[in-house]
Structures are given as C-alpha cells and as structure tokens.
Design a protein around this ligand. Structure first.
Ligand code: GAL
Length: 454
C-alpha cells in the first residue's frame, strides 16, 4: 500500500458551533493588546466598500493597497481545489487585489492556532484567517481582536439569505465578526463499494456502532483490505469518532447534556463508547499513527480499505479522484445509530484588528458571503452552503442527498473535535486525552481525562 501525497501534518486543536452550547471558557490570548476593537461596536465605520475607516490601532497609511493575505489549512484531499475555486471567483470579481496565499497545513486546523495566535499577539495578523465560527471565536472576541463587520460586510441581503443558526454563530459576543462559508457533516461512514461486496457486508443494515465492529470483523476475515482507514497521527479524528460512537449508542439528548459538562451522569455510556473505540482500533491501518486523514482516504479510493469515518470533506477528495464514482465505487451511510442527525462543522473567515489590508479584506469577506463564492467552493469541498439561495444544480448527487438529509434532519448538534460544541479550553484538553488514548487505549484514563476536561 503506497502512501503518496503526504500533505498533512498534525497535532492538536480547539473550537465550537451551534446554538445551545452553554458557557464560554476562555483560552485567553494572554497579553494581547487588541488595539481597539474591544467592546466598541462598529467603530470600524465605513459602510460598504470604501474601507477608509480603517481599524483602530492599524498603521493605516498605505494599508488599502496592501495585498490580501489569507491563512487557512485547506491543502489536503480535494480541499486545495475548493480553495482555488474560491480564489478564482474572488479574483474575477476583484482583479485589482493581490492575494497572498499562506497555508498552515494540518487537518482540522491542527497547526493554524499557533501561527495565528503568535501573529495576533505580535500585532501582525494576516488580512484574514480560517476559523470555526461560534465558541472558537471567543478567545479573540474577548480580547477585542476581531473587528465587528455587521455594517461593513453584512448587508441586509446577506443577512436575509443565511440560515439563522449559522448567522448566530458568526456573532458569539453580539457583533457579527465572521463570514461562514460552508456546512460540513461529520457523522458519515464512507465505504468502498466493491470491498464491502467482496466481504459480503451490506452497510445499510448496520444499525449501531457494535454492528460496525461486526462488519469490520467480517471485512478482516473475508478480504485483504484494512477494515477502517482511520488516522491516529493527530487526535482529532479519534475524538470525532468517539463523539459519533457516543451519539450512535446513546443519542443526541445525552450528547447535548454531555456538552454542558455533565459527564458523571453518563459514566457508563462514556466508558462504553471508549470500549467500542478500543475494539475498533484493532481494525485501523498498521501505520495509522503516521498518516493523515487524506492518506487514509487514499486507501479507500484504491480499494485497500473498506470504511472511513470522516467529515464530508472526504467526499471532496473522491470528487478529485479518477474513476471513483459516487454510488458505483463509493457511498456513505450515516454513522450507525445516527440516522436523522446532521452533526455539523462550519468554517468561516474573519477580519482581525490591526488589519494590514482593510479594503481588500472587506472585499474578500463580502465575496465569501456571496452566492457566487458558495456555489464555487462547496461542491468541490464536499459541503453544503449556509446561504439558503444557492442553486444546487452543480452539487452532484451526493451533496444533493446530504442537503436533503440536512433539511430533513431532527437535530444538528455541534461537534467537539471541530470545536463548535465546547469552549476552546475544553476542546484542547479533550484533544490531549485522545492523543493519549490513541497510544494506550486505556479506558479508565480516558474517562478521567474526559471528566477533567469538562
Ligand atoms: C475541519 C474543517 C474542514 C476540513 C477538516 C479537515 O475542521 O472544518 O473544512 O478542513 O477540518 O481538515
């Protein structure tokens, strides 16, 4: 099994989403002096396009002619193509703006925090950066490090077009400070159709996480394929898998209670989800500890692995693979036991204070919130748009089905691993717990880690 495209390197991370997650614990950006934005609303002034009302403590002067520097982590799988599609559209709309692409590679933003926090602390932020909306924003809003963009970027047309729940996430402290661009689903179980046929496994009959274990056992017995193409190099994929096992075994209400910090009431269930995961681990790739998510996914594409639990960014990667067709070569079922759930992950861009290019940043954020941007970006990214008026013609069969599932879903709980469900401090402590669990599979220790994190 060869591993090409070594695009990711991984570590740890943070963040949150959706309404209904309670308190805000702050990972503080210690010592940051925000240069203004603070509690003040809208001092950034200037309506619409002419960003002359540059932000508080910026060096000002020739800022408006400065290049637009974008920091993001979309270098893996099909994500690079989606990001390029977004930039192509922006360049068409604003040929005068020079774009400086500055990726911080690492799945689930595992490397971006350090880069951004150091630059923000040094008062030298990029023009904009990728971040999960919701609680992930709060360390920045607490310190006044993001400009309110409710007037300059969010015009009435844009506000009216967005899903309410997503709009809420863009204003965790009251002011709009972010522009969400997509909605990913996390509770997917992807599979290679012919591998499962060879194994005699029908994925549509797997009802719960235990059933998935049985299916993997069968794959191992009947084929040479790796049952599950899971990566353990960075903790986030295991954290998200545990979330999904818990959801599948215990349900959405219990999961929501857990997010509020009540771990003790679900001790048996939390432990049981950890037990299930440690049984799964037997079926991970031998080199799980040294691969990235997209390298694992390459094995699904190559027919060397059967299943992958991953967000639908994995489907973005299938879209850019040759001769790998939805329905014929790959397909997906909701993670066993989570039918009717749309476990959501959202990305957004922000306007940091001390902005080196206020006008270009405003133009970019405005564009990211447009129909054109979301129609170009999402079909390739494997996500659906947060605007309600984006034509779905270009989204293909898989995403059209996801979109339908989203509309028919009973619940869209936020995630932990992609920081939308809990405050950044909890998320990062859980990431540490799962980094250890990946190595030890020690359920007692992991349970204590989960309790302590909350
Ligand atoms: C998520 C992000 C997705 C995708 C994924 C894998 O956190 O929201 O857009 O990039 O990580 O890196």
């Amino acid at each position: 099994m060869s591993r090409d495209s070594r695009s990711d390197d991984e570590t740890t991370t943070r963040r949150r989403y959706v309404a209904g997650a309670g308190t805000v614990a702050a990972v503080s950006l210690a010592g940051c002096s925000g240069g203004g934005g603070g509690g003040s609303t809208g001092d950034e002034g200037s309506g619409d396009d002419s960003g002359d009302g540059e932000s508080s403590a910026t060096g000002g002067d020739d800022a408006d002619s400065a290049a637009l520097e974008i920091v993001h982590w979309w270098t893996a799988g099909g994500e690079q193509d989606a990001y390029q599609a977004l930039l192509d559209g922006f360049r068409e709309a604003h040929p005068d703006v020079e774009v400086v692409d500055n990726p911080a590679p690492g799945g689930a933003g595992s490397a971006i925090d350090t880069v951004i926090q150091n630059r923000v602390i040094d008062g030298e932020p990029p023009s904009t950066f990728q971040i999960w909306p919701g609680q992930a924003l709060t360390p920045y809003t607490d310190e006044g490090l993001l400009e309110p963009i409710g007037e300059s970027v969010w015009d009435d047309e844009m506000r009216a077009a967005y899903l309410d729940g997503v709009l809420d996430l863009a204003q965790p402290a009251g002011d709009l400070v972010a522009v969400p661009i997509n909605i990913h689903r996390l509770n997917n179980l992807f599979y290679n159709v012919s591998v499962l046929e060879d194994a005699g496994v029908d994925p549509t009959t797997i009802d719960d996480p235990q059933g998935l274990l049985d299916a993997m056992e069968t794959v191992a017995a009947e084929t040479d394929a790796t049952p599950m193409a899971h990566q353990t190099q960075a903790p986030w994929s295991s954290l998200q898998l545990w979330e999904n096992v818990f959801l599948g075994q215990t349900g959405v209400d219990a999961y929501q209670t857990l997010l509020e910090g009540d771990v003790a009431s679900f001790e048996d269930e939390v432990r049981s989800a950890l037990d299930t995961m440690s049984a799964y681990a037997e079926y991970f790739p031998e080199d799980a500890g040294s691969i990235s998510w997209d390298q694992g996914n390459n094995d699904v594409i190559a027919g060397d692995a059967a299943f992958l639990h991953q967000g639908d960014w994995a489907a973005g990667q299938y879209g850019s693979a040759e001769d790998f067709a939805f329905g014929e070569d790959w397909d997906m079922v909701p993670f066993p036991g989570t039918d009717g759930v749309y476990h959501s992950v959202i990305d957004s861009f922000v306007f940091p204070t001390n902005n080196p290019s206020p006008e270009a940043t405003e133009a970019f954020l405005n564009y990211a919130g447009s129909v054109d941007a979301q129609e170009r970006f999402n079909p390739t990214k494997g996500s659906i748009p947060p605007r309600t008026d984006v034509p779905m013609d270009a989204f293909g069969d898989f995403l059209s089905r996801q979109f339908e599932d989203f509309q028919n879903s009973d619940a869209q709980p936020p995630t932990i691993a992609h920081g939308t469900g809990v405050a950044p401090a909890i998320q990062s402590s859980l990431s540490e717990t799962f980094a250890n669990f990946n190595g030890t599979l020690d359920v007692d220790q992991a349970y204590q880690g989960i309790r302590n994190a909350f």
